[in-house]
Design a protein around this ligand. Structure first.
Ligand code: ZN
Length: 318
């Protein structure tokens, strides 16, 4: 499943990684054959079976892995803040995972972008007391019928309670539970509504789906994403963080600067090779056959996106 079985890896880390790989493999578009038996339904249907792991990061910040996109949690007397909502079907397991962190109720939810594996739980979290904040484009997509070609799926508008009640455009600062939090919109990258969330004191940076740690990323061209935007967002992340910043990706294990730098090189290298082949007049099938991403396919192509799917996404944008 693209998991690095480094003998030095702890058993706990291994268990976390395998549970993520198992749950997220269901998101791979290769499993998509139509609106009725596709990725979206399968992911939602199987969410209740997900194994959710709680990983303490730094200070009063933790992350829940395995319920869809990674969910960062800030707890304290002013109530919990969640960064992303995961799948609705994982509600019972998310509820008990949150209770294991602290008894504070959930009061706040921020969406890193509009995709269903990050917003499916918006409605129940809102009904449980969370006010939802996101970028204006996230609210736009959740409020209207939105087609994602890469998933061959058309999403109807989200229920009223799931729509963010507050939005921003460029940047936003918050202070909660004694922690300064900086929100920043990326130029279009994975979608047109991606934001980063930086917990300043603890130096934990949630970068949403601009970073997939250990998996080729999905890029949603239907709502403004592109390979060049993904590379620019990764450059922006690298410019922001330090050697001690904890980086929470949208999918995959919690990472750091060196892993993000590797990912930047991977994206830029794939873009360069695939663009050169396309310029020579090669078809997508010919480029796939030339294996331009061979060096990373075994490790990065086993979970979310196959090498062929990733090459197709890059090909589309160069
Ligand atoms: Zn996404």
């Amino acid at each position: 499943m693209g998991i690095d079985l480094d003998p030095g890896v702890s058993r706990r880390h291994f268990l976390v990684s395998t549970s993520i790989a198992t749950s997220v493999a269901l998101l791979a578009p290769r499993h998509l054959f139509g609106q009725d038996d596709g990725l979206v339904q399968t992911a939602r249907r199987t969410a209740a079976d997900a194994t959710i792991k709680v990983q303490k990061l730094r200070g009063n910040i933790s992350v829940l892995l395995g319920a869809g996109g990674n969910i960062a949690v800030l707890h304290g007397r002013e109530g919990k803040l969640l960064i992303d909502a995961g799948f609705a079907g994982a509600r019972p397991k998310i509820t008990s995972a949150l209770a294991s962190i602290s008894p504070d109720p959930v009061k706040h939810l921020i969406n890193t972008h509009w995709h269903f594996d990050h917003t499916d739980g918006n409605e129940w979290l809102h009904s449980a007391g969370a006010a939802i904040l996101a970028h204006a484009n996230t609210r736009k997509h959740l409020s209207t019928t939105t087609r994602v070609e890469g998933w061959n799926f058309t999403f109807p508008p989200w229920p009223t309670g799931a729509i963010p009640s507050e939005v921003f455009e460029g940047e936003r600062s918050l202070e909660l539970n004694g922690t300064g939090i900086a929100l920043k919109h990326y130029a279009p990258a994975h979608t047109d509504g991606d934001i980063s969330v930086h917990f300043k004191g603890a130096d934990v940076l949630h970068v949403g789906d601009t970073f997939w740690n250990g998996y080729y990323p999905f890029i949603d061209y239907s709502t403004g994403g592109s390979i060049d935007g993904m590379i620019r967002a990764t450059e922006a992340n690298l410019a922001t963080l330090t050697d001690t910043t904890i980086v929470v990706p949208g999918h995959g294990a919690v990472g750091d600067r060196s892993q993000l730098a590797f990912y930047r090189d991977l994206l830029a290298g794939a873009r360069e090779k695939i663009a050169a082949l396309k310029k020579q007049g090669k078809s997508l099938d010919e480029i796939v056959a030339a294996k331009p991403t061979a060096a990373t396919d075994e490790k990065w192509g086993g979970g979310f996106m196959s090498p062929k799917q990733f090459i197709g996404l890059v090909f589309q944008g160069v």
